[in-house]
Design a protein around this ligand. Structure first.
Ligand code: URA
Length: 243
């Protein structure tokens, strides 16, 4: 792999910046300063440092996407645009969304070819937190909030036929949006089909706009407009337990 590609994959800068940084001696290959960024390295064996910090080679790819409305969280679809169609300049081979957002839900979606991570994040036993910004049709009472926080019946059944209530959740009131619709932040620890919409229906309300703003340790990057994406940072990867 070329050194500039390797450094670019670690979000060190643009090709032009990287050329300059390398020229200034900030990058060492096996302890030796190099002056040219277009040299080839053996990314799985060479030790590459930048400003004294060792950069590890990852065979996987990780992207944060701000999913827009009207796009499906799938890799292929006969009718609609998929989230992979948005990653224009990237090699999308092997990438998958970590979980699904409805076609009309926007916000944070992790895309990766690291199947192990997807499995860990989606495992029902792991109870990974997800926070949604939920715009509602009607006002929400304190009693409704208590119900949502304690668990509501969204129609799912346990094996013995009893209602399978939602797990404890956290609700935070956020005032009203520009259309006068009440807004809440809802944090849940599971990922059942249409869960947020069904939870709101269970308290006699309705979702008019839904945006995911956190997923596990990841927080939606406010600099990403709808449809934009970026690689995860080293810090985000560390928080996900990816080295
Ligand atoms: N809950 C929903 O109802 N829809 C989503 O897309 C995500 C969570």
């Amino acid at each position: 792999m070329r050194l500039d590609k390797f450094l670019g994959d670690h979000n060190i800068g643009t090709r032009k910046q990287i050329k300059e940084y390398v020229k200034n001696g900030r990058c060492l290959v096996n302890g030796q300063p190099v002056k040219k960024s277009d040299i080839h390295i053996d990314e799985s064996n060479d030790e590459i440092t930048f400003d004294g910090k060792i950069l590890s080679f990852s065979k996987f790819h990780y992207y944060m996407l701000n999913k827009p409305d009207g796009v499906v969280s799938a890799t292929t679809d006969g009718r609609n645009k998929t989230v992979l169609d948005l990653l224009k300049t990237e090699n999308v081979r092997g990438l998958n969304p970590a979980g699904r957002l409805d076609i009309d839900t926007v916000g944070l979606l992790l895309l990766t070819d690291d199947g192990g991570l997807i499995h860990r994040l989606l495992s029902p036993k792991k109870h990974v937190d997800k926070t949604y910004e939920v715009h509602l049709e009607k006002d929400i009472s304190d009693d409704d909030i208590k119900l949502l926080e304690n668990g509501v019946d969204i129609g799912d059944k346990k094996d013995n036929g009893d209602p399978f209530l939602t797990l404890e959740a956290k609700v935070c009131k956020k005032g009203k949006d520009d259309n006068g619709n009440p807004v809440i932040h809802l944090t849940i620890h599971e990922g059942r089909f249409h869960q947020v919409k069904r939870m709101m229906e269970a308290i006699g309300n309705r979702v008019v706009f839904l945006k995911r703003i956190t997923f596990g340790p990841l927080v939606l990057d406010e600099n990403l407009s709808y449809g934009e994406y970026r690689k995860l940072t080293e810090d985000e990867l560390r928080k996900l337990g990816v080295e």
